[in-house]
Design a protein around this ligand. Structure first.
Ligand SMILES: Nc1ncnc2c1ncn2[C@@H]1O[C@H](COP(=O)(O)OP(=O)(O)OP(=O)(O)O)[C@@H](O)[C@H]1O
Ligand SMILES: [Mg+2]
Length: 423
């Protein structure tokens, strides 16, 4: 039989129209095929998989916003604040999420559309980007808002207990199961179950979860009885699930089931425009919590905080503001930052707050040269330590230097290798 033998035409920008066209070609190939042998089936499967992967990769906007018809006439970008105001006008519950960044608003608008449905939602994003907050937003904006919201951290439960935690157990099912116990799914009946760190769920638990998603029934560990559960699932991860799938650590079918709606939260470094707002908000919150006046900031600390990359995202920013509120007097400065942030912050890390003044001019040319050379040496040591994650022996090897000489230089500059260890 003659199969459509060229590569399927690729949608110019992976648009819906392009994908639909490719699906139609696949359908017509199948419709007109008299018989299919194994290689043909495999070829068609590959083509279907490619289309499916592209559908899954479509950005939220394309999948949910344009699909709802707004793509017909491209509208001008709304002014900042307009989209948030529109959400507010539609009585959207923000649960304390704020910011006007377009990518965050994309996520909130998807949440708004997803909330009234029972479709599973997968939220991903780096640590501290607000995944749990987003799960609460989805719950709060849906019809289940006044029903239970049950949160399970799949990464925090020992592998041997996870099934009993999720699905419950029957008395005597295993040593220590002294009574019948219901699991989180049953507790979330009619409400929402938030499966945090879903990437940590062991494979066996993944199989069971898949079954629940398909049948809406659970079985307690050690019991044959099936119990109907109606729980809306929101899952979250800071892992790359596609990568885990390739490593054989996450089931592909479960991934597609969970990510019917897929929301990715942007890291804070990609929405730096919101840092001033977050600093002000969490500065006030910390002051209130610690029952003190909000602390001021020196210009250099403020400049640092506005530009810092925040690997721990909003949680890190929030914690920093609490720390500053606790440690500083009226005005916080660079030395109030945690030690491991300070080396990158400025050379003057241990100087007293008053040292925001520029350093005094050098007494001579020789003095200026020495200071510049010291500064370069220190910067080079910091950079080197960062690159090797604080392993002095490795740095000595890379630079072909005597290790004890390197130690002396570190001591001279007051640098501690442990401050550069990766956690
Ligand atoms: N857009 C936002 N506006 C205000 N605060 C936010 C926002 N997003 C997150 N936060 C705050 O940041 C902190 C971390 O949020 P959350 O616990 O939801 O992150 P997470 O992605 O689940 O983190 P992890 O991966 O470490 O579990 C919380 O205090 C939350 O209130
Ligand atoms: Mg979380």
């Amino acid at each position: 039989m003659k199969l459509f033998n060229q590569d399927l035409p690729r949608g110019s920008s992976m648009s819906y129209a392009g994908l639909l066209e490719r699906l139609e070609i696949l359908r017509s190939t199948l419709r007109w095929a008299h018989s299919l042998d194994r290689p043909d089936i495999e070829k068609l499967l590959r083509q279907a998989n490619a289309v499916r992967d592209e559908v899954m990769q479509l950005s939220h906007k394309e999948r949910f916003i344009q699909a709802l018809g707004s793509e017909a006439a491209p509208r001008p970008e709304p002014a900042p604040g307009e989209r948030r105001a529109a959400l507010l006008a539609r009585s959207f519950v923000f649960e304390g999420t704020f910011g006007d960044n377009p990518r965050l608003l994309d996520a909130l608008e998807i949440a708004e559309k997803a909330a009234p449905t029972d479709l599973p939602v997968l939220v991903d994003g780096e640590s501290g980007t607000g995944k749990e907050l987003m799960a609460k937003v989805i719950h709060a904006n849906g019809a289940r808002a006044d029903k239970p919201y049950i949160s399970v951290n799949c990464g925090a439960i020992p592998e041997s207990l996870i099934e009993s935690e999720l699905f419950g157990h029957k008395r005597g099912a295993f040593t220590g199961a002294a009574t019948d116990r219901k699991g989180k799914f049953e507790s979330a009946h009619k409400g929402t179950i938030f499966l945090d760190e879903i990437g940590e769920l062991p494979l066996q638990g993944q199989v069971k979860l898949l079954r629940v998603l398909q049948s809406h029934e659970i079985q307690r560990v050690g019991s044959d009885e099936t119990i109907a559960v109606d729980a809306r699932i929101v899952a979250a991860t800071n892992k790359n699930l596609r990568q885990l799938i390739e490593l054989g650590q996450f089931r592909e079918d479960l991934f597609y089931r969970l990510s019917v709606i897929h929301v990715t939260l942007p890291p804070l470094r990609d929405r730096k425009d919101e840092i001033p707002l977050l600093l002000a908000y969490y500065g006030d919150e910390a002051a209130e919590a610690l029952k003190r006046r909000p602390v001021g900031m020196t210009p250099r600390l403020r400049a640092f905080l506005l530009d810092y990359a925040y690997p721990g995202n909003i949680r890190e920013l929030r914690n920093l503001m609490y720390r500053l509120a606790c440690l500083a007097g009226d005005t916080a400065d660079l030395p109030h930052l945690p030690e491991d942030l300070r080396p990158a912050a400025a050379q003057a890390q241990d100087a007293p707050a008053a040292s925001s003044l520029p350093p005094p001019p050098p007494a001579s040319l020789a003095e200026a040269k020495r200071a510049a050379s010291d500064e370069a040496e220190r910067a080079c040591l910091e950079r080197g330590l960062k690159d090797v994650g604080g392993t002095v022996a490795e740095l000595a090897r890379r630079w072909d230097m005597n290790r004890s000489h390197l130690q002396i230089l570190l001591k001279k500059h007051g640098l501690h290798s442990k401050d550069f260890r990766r956690h």
